[in-house]
Each structure stands twice: as C-alpha cells, then as structure tokens.
Write a protein that binds this ligand. Sequence first.
Ligand code: AP5
Ligand code: MG
Length: 188
Amino acid sequence: MNIIIFGPPGAGKGTQAEIIAKNKKLNHLSSGELSRQMINDKVLGEKIKKYLDSGNLIPNPIIINIVEKYIQENKQKNGFIFDGYPRNIGQAHALDKLAKEHNTTIDLVINLQLSESEALKRIMLRGQSSGRSDDNLEITKKRLKIYRERTKPILDYYQQQKKLKTINGKKTITEISQDIKNLIDKIK
Ligand code: AP5
Ligand code: MG
C-alpha cells in the first residue's frame, strides 16, 4: 500500500506520517527530511541548503533522484507513505512512472486541510525549538505561497483519479490519526 500525505507547511504531514508508518508498517519517506540530511553532502550539500534556507522548491532532477534512491534502498516494508512529495506535476508523473515499474500504485492521497494563518502559527511555535532554518516568519510565508501556487494545483490530478480524500487538519493529532486510519481501512 502506498499513501501520499499532502498539505501546506505546518499541516501535520510529518506528525501523521510517523504515526501511520508505525501502525501500518510503512516506510515514511519525507522529502524534506531527506533533503535536510543531505546538507553536508560533498557534491550537492551547498546547493540543497540554498533551497532549504530560502524556502524554494529543490529542482526536480535533484529531488526526484534523492527520492528514487531512498525508495530503491528501502523496499522491504509494506509500502511507502510519502510526506511532502510530490510537490508539482513533474514529481507526480515521476512517482506514477516509478510505481508502474514496480508493479504498484498510489492507493490514497490524504489532503490535510489547514488555513494559512493556523499553519503559520504552528510553524512559528515549532521554530522555537526545531532548529530548522526555514521556520521563520518570512520564509514560512514564502513556503505557504509556493504551496498555494505550485503544489496545491496537483490535487486536481489526484482528484481526477479518485484517489483524493480530504481531512480537517485543525482537529487534535489523535483525532486526525483516527480519521486517517478509517480512510486506510476502507481501501484495504
Ligand atoms: P518539508 O520538510 O516537507 O516542509 P513543509 O512541507 O514546509 O512542511 P513542514 O515539515 O513544515 O510541516 P508538516 O506538514 O510536516 O507539519 P508537522 O507535522 O511538522 O520541506 C522543507 C523544504 O524542503 C521545502 O521548502 C523545499 O525546499 C524542500 N523540499 C521538500 N520536499 C520537496 C519536494 N518534493 N520538492 C522540492 N523541494 C522539496 O507539524 C507542524 C507543527 O504543528 C509541529 O510542531 C507539530 O507538533 C504541530 N502539530 C501537528 N499536528 C498538530 C495538530 N493536529 N494540532 C496542533 N499542532 C499540531
Ligand atoms: Mg514535515
């Protein structure tokens, strides 16, 4: 089973993906975490850091390569939960192509819905202890704008495939986990 968890910065993608991955024995693939782990890479580190710090999307050839390498090296579990990936239509197509090559598919896309003001509040709070260079007001506003303009539109792609389910991201962490669990149990 392969699931995408979708939503703006601060929606709770990482929080929920970790819980689902544990419960359903899935690999948690966070393209943001994978990117942050690469900032000391001799070849790509400097470039990746520049994108992370500025809140811009890492170019597709780089991020797709990072994600595909992780998938290649972590295939043993029941499937993947994709957190923060795909983020544009090129990445969505690349993921479908890869799934096809592995005779698998994306089963469910969970859209965690949260207002921008709520998302901003959460990230400002997290920024007090996260150590993330992009958890500040200016860059978070930029990330939200990029989400709105470049990432959110690909929901249509998954809507057309009837894979999209929307969940209210304003509830408590426990309530949302339960809502997600109910959705997953329905597709099994
Ligand atoms: P990424 O790491 O993916 O960050 P993001 O999308 O901005 O999302 P966040 O991690 O900020 O939020 P989240 O939805 O995971 O929420 P969380 O669970 O932490 O990307 C960072 C950067 O990497 C990008 O800007 C880009 O440069 C690059 N990148 C990554 N993927 C890429 C891609 N595919 N293509 C190109 N570039 C890419 O929760 C937020 C806070 O709220 C936490 O403190 C949490 O404890 C709290 N919280 C969670 N749930 C609740 C709740 N229900 N109620 C109250 N508080 C809650
Ligand atoms: Mg995250």
